[in-house]
Design a protein around this ligand. Structure first.
Ligand SMILES: [Zn+2]
Ligand SMILES: [Zn+2]
Length: 245
């Protein structure tokens, strides 16, 4: 317990120190007091065309094509903005690598705006929605002091009145390269990696889980998470990210 208090105190000192090193000014226009001011936030280039997570071709709402489903456990992927947006790129970089937690607020607004613009809400109507941050490796968590995906997920969930849950991470033992394993071994390997206690709800089959991360690249990690969730009875798993890098 005492150790926890000490840890929190140190974390606060670290945050203050970083605030001094990086005074708060808008990454877009240099204005004071905001990491991303209203005007610059409004200029973010939102994605106009939704793409399939597997083949990157156009698809309705970001749903995975039926023909691409055997390659992923993700039912769909929502990517909020264009990776080419320089301000967004810098914001994500500062958020992730300079530990600027203050960026969680404007960045989560981008996710919220994107979801509001989409028809997804109609697609998910009547179902329980649970947001789940993509878990971070423990070593990285200790180094960074926060899970950047969790801060985003918490704000988005609060806005829409959704729930958040953590996917229990048991990734300390590194997983063997998936490619070298047979399908069955592969599934076992991943259960070991992420733990199976993700969703215990008896309503798992009526739940839409949305995995949240700052940036998605190949979607492999989200796919791993989705596999575990589906093995635990979750019917629908989507991904949500700020950009696809
Ligand atoms: Zn600005
Ligand atoms: Zn596809």
């Amino acid at each position: 317990m005492k150790l926890e208090i000490l840890k929190n105190a140190l974390l606060k000192i670290k945050t203050r120190f970083l605030d001094l090193l990086f005074p708060i000014e808008c990454l877009g226009c240099g204005g004071e007091n905001d990491w991303l001011c209203q005007e610059c936030l409004a200029k973010i280039k939102y994605k106009k065309i939704e793409q399939c997570v597997v083949c990157k071709e156009t698809t309705v709402f970001g749903q995975t094509h039926t023909s691409c489903r055997e390659k992923t456990a993700l039912d769909g992927m929502i990517v909020a903005a264009e990776w080419e947006d320089k301000i967004l790129q810098e914001a994500i970089h500062k958020y992730k690598y300079n530990f600027v937690q203050g960026l969680a607020e404007p960045l989560s607004k981008i996710l919220i705006q994107k979801i509001k613009r989409l028809e997804q809400l109609a697609l998910w109507q009547g179902q329980k929605i649970v947001l789940m941050p993509v878990p971070l490796h423990k070593k990285r968590y200790h180094w960074r002091g926060f899970n950047q995906a969790a801060l985003l997920a918490a704000r988005v969930a609060k806005y829409f009145g959704w729930e958040t849950q953590d996917l229990v991470l048991k990734r300390e033992r590194y997983t063997k390269p998936q490619a070298k394993l047979k399908k069955e071994e592969r599934e076992r390997n991943m259960v070991g990696a992420f733990g199976a206690s993700a969703i215990t709800s008896e309503h798992a089959s009526e739940t839409v889980v949305i995995l949240v991360d700052d940036v998605v690249t190949t979607g492999a990690t989200m796919n791993e998470c989705a596999n575990i969730l589906k093995a635990n009875g979750v019917k629908t798993v989507w991904g949500l990210a700020l950009a696809r890098g």
